[in-house]
Design a binder for this molecule. Structure first.
Ligand code: ADE
Length: 251
């Protein structure tokens, strides 16, 4: 999986993803990350990338030219393996329309979930577009965006944290990123349920014992107990998810 993040703050995204599991996956070459600075593609003498909104109102909007030329550079890199600078971009180089999925991070998007993470993990390359200020001129969004994604019903100062969330969750779904021990089997949202509670040593901590069934050695009973715990936890904490569980699966 190759991630291309178009942003005004590439260091933020690089730092956020270069440690831990995603960092290791990059070192192993299972995933790659190109955080591309949209400002490097502005034609403005003063490197400006924003302007006032037509119709008035507070705040500035990102202008279409730097975003579109950055997108042209990224799609060229996907095609040829080389990222052109602004001066190397041909005016007649028009990308195949929406041939690579381009995700715009916006509170106005579809709310991100595990199913979407799995779906995006099947792509070979993904472009993520981060907005700042009041957002991005609508015309360039119409031209390049295939998916609008929100990470929740709140407003962030920019799309970078949201892009990192999406890259992290998608990476975990790419084969080879998680080792066997970290495998996603049984984790929250698998089968539409939250994960059951887990315990490690010591067997008694602060006077509290580990549920005896987990040390019984009876795997069938452990599985049944975990499933019941998952159901109960989902019912209590996420009634919205519980409602969607097939009634034949509710004990
Ligand atoms: N940009 C600003 N807020 C956002 C959100 N909640 N999700 C995705 N991108 C955003």
């Amino acid at each position: 999986m190759n991630f291309y993040v178009m942003t005004l703050f590439p260091e933020m995204v690089e730092h956020g993803l270069s440690t831990s599991i995603t960092g290791r996956a990059m070192e192993k070459g299972i995933i790659s990350l190109d955080a591309v600075n949209i400002r490097d593609y502005t034609k403005d003498r003063h490197r400006k990338v924003d302007d006032y909104t037509y119709g008035g109102g507070a705040g500035m909007l990102m202008t279409p030219q730097p975003v579109y030329d950055c997108y042209r550079a990224v799609t060229q890199k996907i095609k040829t393996g080389k990222m052109p600078e602004l001066s190397e971009l041909d005016d007649d180089m028009i990308p195949d329309k929406k041939s690579v999925r381009c995700v715009y991070l916006t509170p106005q998007g579809e709310v991100f979930n595990q199913a979407k993470a799995k779906e995006l993990a099947a792509e070979e390359s993904l472009i993520l577009l981060c907005g700042h200020y009041e957002g991005i001129d609508e015309r360039v969004l119409e031209e390049i965006v295939t998916d609008n994604i929100s990470i929740g019903d709140y407003v962030l100062t920019g799309g970078e944290l949201a892009a990192m969330v999406v890259c992290d969750a998608v990476s975990r779904m790419v084969p080879g990123v998680l080792t066997n021990e970290m495998s996603g089997v049984g984790e929250s949202f698998e089968g539409g349920l939250l994960e059951y509670p887990q315990y490690t040593r010591p067997e008694i901590w602060m006077g509290k014992s580990v549920p005896p069934i987990l040390i019984s050695g009876d795997h069938a009973k452990v599985d049944k107990w975990r499933y019941e715990q998952s159901l109960e936890r989902t019912r209590q904490r996420r009634p919205d998810l519980y409602e969607k569980v097939d009634s034949s699966k509710k004990i």
